[in-house]
Design a protein around this ligand. Sequence first.
Ligand SMILES: *[C@@H]1O[C@H](CO)[C@@H](O)[C@H](O)[C@H]1NC(C)=O
Ligand SMILES: *[C@@H]1O[C@H](CO)[C@@H](O)[C@H](O)[C@H]1NC(C)=O
Ligand SMILES: *[C@@H]1O[C@H](CO)[C@@H](O)[C@H](O)[C@H]1NC(C)=O
Ligand SMILES: *[C@@H]1O[C@H](CO)[C@@H](O)[C@H](O)[C@H]1NC(C)=O
Ligand SMILES: *[C@@H]1O[C@H](CO)[C@@H](O)[C@H](O)[C@H]1NC(C)=O
Ligand SMILES: *[C@@H]1O[C@H](CO)[C@@H](O)[C@H](O)[C@H]1NC(C)=O
Length: 468
Amino acid sequence: MLPSAALFGMLALVAAAEAATPSPATCSARGVKKLKANIKNVVILVMENRSLDNLLGGQTTKGIENPINNGPYCQPLNLTDPSQGTVCSSASDFDSVLNDPDHAVYGNNIEFYGDFTPDNQAIANGSLVPTMKGFVHEQLRLYSSKVNKTDLAKQVLNYYTEEQVPVLTSLVKNFVTFNHWHSDVPGPTNPNRAALTSGTSHGHGTNNATFNNHGMPQRSLFQQLSELGRSWINYVDPKGGTGPDAGFYNWTYTNGKTSQIVPLANFFTDAAAGKLAELSYLNPSCCGVGTNSMHPSGLISDGQILIKSVYDALRGSPQWNNTLFILTFDETGGFADHVPPPLAPRPDDLTFTAKTPDGDSYTLPFDRLGGRIPTLLVSPWVGKAKVEQKYPNAAGATVSYSATSILKTLGELWDFAPFNPRIEAAPSFAHLIRSTIRTDVPANLPAPVAFKKGRALEGRIAGNLEAI
Ligand SMILES: *[C@@H]1O[C@H](CO)[C@@H](O)[C@H](O)[C@H]1NC(C)=O
Ligand SMILES: *[C@@H]1O[C@H](CO)[C@@H](O)[C@H](O)[C@H]1NC(C)=O
Ligand SMILES: *[C@@H]1O[C@H](CO)[C@@H](O)[C@H](O)[C@H]1NC(C)=O
Ligand SMILES: *[C@@H]1O[C@H](CO)[C@@H](O)[C@H](O)[C@H]1NC(C)=O
Ligand SMILES: *[C@@H]1O[C@H](CO)[C@@H](O)[C@H](O)[C@H]1NC(C)=O
Ligand SMILES: *[C@@H]1O[C@H](CO)[C@@H](O)[C@H](O)[C@H]1NC(C)=O
């Protein structure tokens, strides 16, 4: 029999252990305090069209589920004819690909479910789960009449090694990488950019003219910050091709806020002068050679030049000590990823209907997320080489992150309520902010490397790198 003093000792130990691991809700509440105390300016850079297994597929840091740590992942060349064989992901990708993978809503459907028109009811009740096996099939359907099948399969399945993407590798090894961060809409860029800045694509499943005509009626992050008297600037690469995301919204135009949409060059002078707004939102250029968003056929190495220049400018800025830099992507761009996208609450009651290549009609109810995308938190207030998994949301359900996690967390930082149920249910990442400032972060990121001959697009990489 244990003496009672020893028993009390054990109970005390158990209690101490419990106190040492606070609940997620406690961590979140403490995180919000640290966020408010330490972060005064947030910088968001939204790159284009890359999945996690593609761009971070070769990162060896533990906790990232990807082909080098857990793969390779294999897919049939043809979903309905197994005799055509299988291909598997392998290391070393192209600096860019010429054959842009399908990332329309129906394209995502066949890539995830093997079907242009999956049964929405079966998806919603959990009986139909994505297999993530249709990426190669769809790339071959689009291009195999003209392009070598082996090369097409490599374009969507292969991944970048740590050596090929040194800028990203350095960020992963020094800051926080999300292992379960999905795009909000299983579709193309503007619906996802709208979801990131307002929590919904407002029923849009394509990049149609409404975005550039400033036709989006819903409340945006930009409107919310202005109404709270907080400052924001939307910096835009003058080569164009994405956004300006603040320009999607009617509110921005009817309230004379277009003067807050300025050229990207101003970001670098503002950072150097310590004059960054509370929110800096950066639109890269898209989508051909010479653009810097990483969208095909823009080069991966050109995208890294942009990321490095943003990091280096922030690190050298008088504002670095209070900066949180969120590096994310709009969507997967049709590049393979093996993690099935989860269900998520509908932001509103809108749907999107489109014709598939088979002539059928498919209606997306916006009740599920898109593929997994790279997202990193960069700040002197976050952990080194930390990989974040799923996290409990406000209702206590452990869920994957998505673009709306940004709106959820910024709402905690700047005191505004979620605009809709999708944002409400997104997990906050406030708990990732720490109480001590780090001084061991790199002063500069490494320079991007030239891709080996044959893995660059048309040998143009050398010329682009000379322009750093
Ligand atoms: C889920 O929905 C599908 C399609 O409507 C139906 O066939 C299936 O029986 C449902 N399963 C459950 C568990 O409700
Ligand atoms: C897959 O194989 C079937 C049977 O050979 C063929 O009819 C179909 O066109 C193929 N699909 C694609 C996308 O190549
Ligand atoms: C396709 O390209 C691969 C190299 O990537 C080569 O080995 C193969 O012979 C090519 N196939 C055809 C049909 O040209
Ligand atoms: C854009 O798409 C939305 C949703 O499908 C539709 O309501 C709207 O009319 C479209 N706008 C244009 C200009 O085509
Ligand atoms: C608001 O959106 C509509 C399209 O829905 C567009 O015609 C109008 O020009 C926009 N207003 C402004 C001020 O941009
Ligand atoms: C930033 O914080 C570090 C560490 O506390 C400190 O040494 C440095 O002086 C601070 N820089 C500025 C510009 O306040």
